[in-house]
Design a protein around this ligand. Structure first.
Ligand code: NAD
Length: 499
């Protein structure tokens, strides 16, 4: 049946680089291998949905093992030439990719907004312009990241790790691809990318941008597909490093596969990040910020602050302020420029998030706002922004990643208790502290997290991003993100003898 359907499409009339358009469906049935779009050989596919209308808007045909094999072989044969190019030549290609992405900005924005559910206004800034800037800033940072150093009679160089398998999730699709590809390319690696099957637009447009920038063939290859395509890639013997962003459970599996094969691995995984509001902090500012962070992209953000720790004697004040702030997060169509919060990515994900909320509500927690049964638009994978108060530290909603719009408010009576609660998690991706700056800094230094924001400091794309413990290993961003894709090599020359 599927075979019949496929052969009736008549794809030979289409330009090689365009996804097929048919009844509003975008069918990603080509993979970008060795500098050209190749017809997919497989029959398994995933349907991509518009998260606000629940309509099918595309299909992704999963790359098979032989296609992954061809993509890895292309990356392997491109490696010698690419890794030997002068740094400035690699930087020129990376900047050209940024320019080409910029020319596709509106296609990227509308596609990512439909797939993820994030309001288009935010997508343009956070999901499109910020990653495009990151392609450029990574090119700028490379000389510093890769500079040789001298220690005694050893010259120490950072050399590219080789062929990289990059596997990315759906929630910030271009951002996550950029964190891996721009850095790997600047380090001198070649890449096979497998983007999320739920949000393929960013990778597809990237393939077009790479083609337009005339990147040498095989330097970047893109295979679309689900976990089975990912599995073929991570187990491939010619892959030197796996750089993965996604769930902790898949990350654990990848770490074990990579460990067995002794491949390098970098893992950006989940989080359950805490914010500590010290007694002197401004509750209005903290509440507004907590709601903004937790509900950004409908809570589908790995470093979202999902636990807010407030002084016990200020709980009622925070309760009122949080309720007001959450009620301003109006739900709506992500295409509407005035929408503050859109739907979740899929039906399955909405059901998973709702089950967390139902369990928390049934356990008798103080429901400050939203909840599993709060009204939401009839169509679309919506969940109301939800806040539970006086959450005990052992509650599931205080310990597990929901990856939806759910904020847990916990109380503390001393600074030490606040720190103990904040650090009492298997994760360690992000954290925040609010209060007198020197006191907040002292607390920030005791937090077990890869990134700590003091008093609402904004995200810095040049700072290393990554986690402790179950949040993963390795860092992305700036010079540290480039260094992640290198090995160190020391070359010794005979020490000069002093006369
Ligand atoms: P996921 O783990 O289900 O999938 C991520 C990617 O891995 C997808 O491309 C998927 O197809 C692929 N995959 C699945 N099984 C695989 C296998 N066996 N081998 C190889 N690849 C496989 O995650 P998701 O649902 O796409 O994303 C949500 C998760 O990602 C959340 O847990 C979130 O916290 C995490 N995340 C972390 C960061 C970070 O930087 N730390 C950023 C964004 C998302």
């Amino acid at each position: 049946m599927l075979r019949q359907w496929r052969s009736s499409i008549g794809h030979e009339c289409l330009p090689a680089s365009a996804p097929e358009k048919r009844n509003n469906d975008v069918i990603h049935r080509q993979h970008f291998i060795n500098g050209a779009w190749a017809e997919a050989l497989g029959w398994n596919e995933t349907t991509v949905h518009d998260s606000a209308t629940e309509q099918a808007i595309g299909k992704v045909v999963h790359a098979t093992e032989p296609e992954v094999d061809t993509a890895v072989a292309a990356a392997r044969s491109a490696y010698a030439g690419w890794s030997q190019l002068p740094l400035e030549a690699r930087a020129a290609y990376v900047r050209a990719i940024a320019d080409r992405l910029e020319s596709h900005a509106e296609t990227l924005s509308s596609g990512i907004s439909a797939e993820t559910g994030m309001p288009i206004k935010l997508v343009r800034r956070i999901q499109v312009q910020a990653p495009i800037s990151a392609w450029r800033s990574t090119a700028d940072a490379a000389a510093r990241a890769l500079a040789e150093t001298q220690t005694g009679h050893s010259c120490i160089a950072r050399v590219p790790v080789g062929v990289v398998a990059a596997i990315t999730p759906w929630n910030y699709p271009l951002h996550q691809i950029t964190g891996k590809l721009a850095a790997a390319l600047m380090a001198g690696c070649t890449v096979v990318l497998k983007p999320s099957e739920l949000a393929p637009t960013a990778a597809h447009v990237l393939g077009l941008a790479i083609e337009e920038a005339a990147l040498p063939s095989g330097v970047v290859n893109i295979v679309f597909g689900d976990g089975s395509t990912g599995e073929s890639l991570i187990t491939h013997p010619q892959v030197d490093m796996v750089s993965f962003t996604g769930s902790t459970s898949v990350g654990r599996h990848i770490a074990s596969v990579a460990g067995h094969a002794l491949k390098r691995v970098a893992l950006e995984l989940g989080g359950k990040s805490a914010s500590i509001a010290l007694p002197e902090a401004d509750p209005t500012l903290v509440a507004r910020h907590a709601v903004g962070s937790c509900f950004l992209n409908s809570g589908q953000t790995c470093n979202a602050i999902t636990r807010l720790l407030v002084p016990e004697d200020q709980y009622e004040q925070y309760r009122d302020l949080l309720k007001v702030a959450a009620e301003k997060m109006t739900l709506g169509d992500p295409r509407d420029e005035t929408t503050r919060m859109g739907p979740l990515v899929s039906h399955e994900h909405r059901e998973r998030v709702r089950s967390f909320l139902s369990e928390a509500a049934a356990s008798g927690l103080d429901l400050i706002s939203g909840g599993p049964d709060a009204p939401v638009p009839g169509l679309g994978y919506f969940v109301a922004p939800t806040i539970f108060g006086r959450v005990p530290v052992h509650a599931r909603i205080a310990r597990e990643e929901v990856f939806g719009p759910a904020l847990a408010v916990l109380t503390y009576t001393s600074e030490d208790e606040a720190l103990r609660i904040a650090n009492d998690t298997e994760y360690g991706l992000a954290a925040a502290v609010w209060g007198d700056e020197s006191r907040a800094m002292a607390i920030a230094q005791r937090m077990r997290a890869g990134q700590v924001d003091v008093n609402g400091a904004p995200f810095n794309p040049l700072a290393p991003f990554g986690g402790f413990g179950a949040s993963g290993m390795g860092r992305e961003g700036g010079i540290h993100g480039i260094a992640e894709f290198t090995e160190l090599r020391a070359i010794q020359t005979p020490p000069t003898t002093k006369s």
